[in-house]
Ligand binder design. Structure first.
Ligand code: NAP
Length: 301
C-alpha cells in the first residue's frame, strides 16, 4: 500500500479562495478585517513566520499591521501596545509571535490580549473553552490538522488517535479537539515508556515532537492516517518532519508531507480565525452568527 498524500498546500489554496469572498462580503458591509502581528526582537525564524502571515493576509485581502518592538523592550511597553490594539476597532485579531525574550513573561502577555481578538487561541479562556468544545478561536495548528483529517473523508468518532507531543500549542489542544469529536485519544510525550506500543494502535497518528526520524514504519499500523506536524532543519539544510516519510508512506493510507502538509494550514487557519473575529464583530456581515469551531464551508464541501 502506498499512502495518498494529504495536500495542505492545495487545501489552503481552496480555503483562501473562499476567504477572499468573505472579505468582499465584509467590505461591502463597511468592515475591513485586520490582523496585528507583534514581533519582539529580530529572531530570524520568527521574522520568516511573521513574513508568511503578512503575505497570507495580503493574499486574502486582510489588512495587516506589523508592530516591531526592540528585543530590550519592557514588559510594560508590550502590555501597553496590546492594550492599544485591544481598543482599536480596526484590529480584529492580535498575535504575539513566540518565543519572546526571556525577560518578558509569556503568560502575562497572552492574557493581556482581548479574548475576542485572540486569533492564535492561546488566551486561557480559549484554552479552557476547548475542554467544553466552545472555544471561539481554536489554536491554528491543531485546527489545521482537523481540516486535513476532514479532507480524507474520515469520521474520527470512535477512532484510536495517538498524539505524540503534549505541548500547549499543538499536542494538548489537538487531543482535546479530537476528544470533542468522540475519538479515543492517547497523548504521548518524552517520558512515555515504549512509545511504539502506543503508536502501533493508532488509526490516526499525529506527531508533533520536533524530533526528525522519530516515527519509523515499525511503529505504524498498516492503513493508519499519519499527520506529521514536525518541522526540523537538518544539518544539510533540508526541512523534514518527525516521520520517516518515504518508509511510512508504504504502510499508511494517508500521510502529510513536510513541507506542504500542516505548515500552510497553520497560517490559513490564522486568517480563518481573523475573519471569524471580524464577522463576530458584525454578525450581519456573514448573514448568520456562527459560534464554535466547525470547519469553514470550503473544507466541508
Ligand atoms: P515543544 O513545545 O518542544 O513540544 C514537543 C513535545 O514533544 C513535548 O510534549 C515533548 O514531551 C514531546 N517529545 C519530545 N521528544 C519526544 C519523544 N522522543 N517521544 C515522545 N514525545 C516527545 O514543540 P511544539 O511547539 O509542540 O512543536 C512540535 C513540532 O511541531 C516542532 O517540530 C515544531 O517546529 C512543529 N510545529 C509545526 C507547526 C506547523 O505549522 N507545521 C506549528 C507548530 C509547531 P515533554 O512534554 O515530555 O517534553
Amino acid at each position: 500500500m502506498t499512502a495518498q498524500i494529504i495536500d495542505g498546500k492545495a487545501l489552503s489554496r481552496q480555503l483562501r479562495a473562499g476567504f477572499r469572498e468573505r472579505v468582499g462580503h465584509l467590505q461591502a458591509q463597511g468592515v475591513q478585517p485586520g490582523l496585528a502581528v507583534i514581533l519582539v526582537g529580530e529572531n530570524p525564524a520568527s521574522q520568516v513566520y511573521v513574513g508568511n502571515k503578512i503575505k497570507a493576509c495580503e493574499e486574502c485581502g486582510v489588512r495587516s499591521l506589523h508592530v516591531g518592538l526592540p528585543a530590550d523592550v519592557s514588559e510594560a511597553e508590550v502590555l501597553a501596545t496590546i492594550e492599544r490594539l485591544n481598543a482599536d476597532e480596526q484590529v480584529h485579531g492580535i498575535l504575539v509571535q513566540l518565543p519572546l525574550p526571556p525577560h518578558i513573561p509569556v503568560a502575562r502577555v497572552l492574557e493581556a490580549i482581548a479574548v475576542d481578538k485572540d486569533v492564535d487561541g492561546f488566551h486561557l479562556y480559549n484554552v479552557g473553552a476547548l475542554v467544553t468544545g466552545h472555544s471561539i478561536f481554536p489554536p491554528c495548528t491543531p485546527y489545521g490538522v482537523q481540516l486535513l483529517l476532514d479532507a480524507t473523508g474520515t469520521d474520527v468518532a470512535g477512532q484510536n488517535v495517538v498524539v505524540v507531543g503534549a505541548s500547549n500549542i499543538v499536542g494538548k489542544p489537538m487531543g482535546l479537539m479530537l476528544l470533542q469529536r468522540e475519538a479515543t485519544v492517547t497523548i504521548c510525550h518524552a517520558k512515555t515508556r515504549d512509545l511504539a506500543q502506543h503508536t502501533i494502535l493508532a488509526d490516526i497518528l499525529i506527531v508533533a515532537a520536533g524530533k526528525p526520524g522519530l516515527i519509523v514504519p515499525q511503529m505504524v499500523k498498516r492503513g493508519a492516517i499519519v499527520i506529521d506536524v514536525g518541522i526540523n532543519r537538518l544539518p544539510d539544510g533540508r526541512i523534514v518532519g518527525d516521520v520517516c516519510f518515504d518508509e511510512v508512506k508504504e504502510k499508511a493510507s494517508w500521510i502529510t508531507p513536510v513541507p506542504g502538509g500542516v505548515g500552510p494550514m497553520t497560517v490559513t487557519m490564522l486568517i480563518e480565525n481573523t475573519l471569524r473575529s471580524a464577522e463576530r464583530s458584525f454578525p450581519l456581515a456573514r448573514g448568520d452568527d456562527r459560534h464554535g469551531w466547525d470547519a469553514p464551508p470550503a473544507a466541508r464541501a
